[in-house]
Design a protein around this ligand. Structure first.
Ligand SMILES: [Zn+2]
Length: 99
């Protein structure tokens, strides 16, 4: 996975549609925060099914170091559930957008 800052990832995503769907999922309240363990944040995201999402954020520089979702698409791509969880995390930690 390419390393990217949490407030920069939307600009680096080549698939705008996945980003938009993820943002809608987040806005609709589909993301539930579960727990933090070391750098890793766990979520449940309600899509077609309930998916488990894991996001690792390096806190020193807000770089995303790892993301995983157990949906079929998430194995090889950034999926909308990961996008939704990342947006949730970014707001939860009050990380500002890049301007
Ligand atoms: Zn997914």
């Amino acid at each position: 996975m390419e390393l990217m800052k949490i407030n920069h990832f939307e600009y680096l995503m080549d698939d705008e549609e996945v980003f938009d769907r993820g943002r809608r999922l987040y806005k609709s309240g589909a993301v539930k925060y579960i727990k933090k363990y070391a750098c890793s944040h766990s979520f449940k995201v309600q899509g077609t099914q309930l998916y488990d999402v894991e996001i690792c954020l390096r806190e020193t520089d807000n770089v995303l170091t790892y993301m995983e979702c157990n949906c079929p698409y998430g194995k090889h791509h950034i999926c909308k559930h990961e996008v939704a969880a990342i947006l949730y995390l970014k707001d939860m930690l009050h990380i500002p957008d890049l301007v």
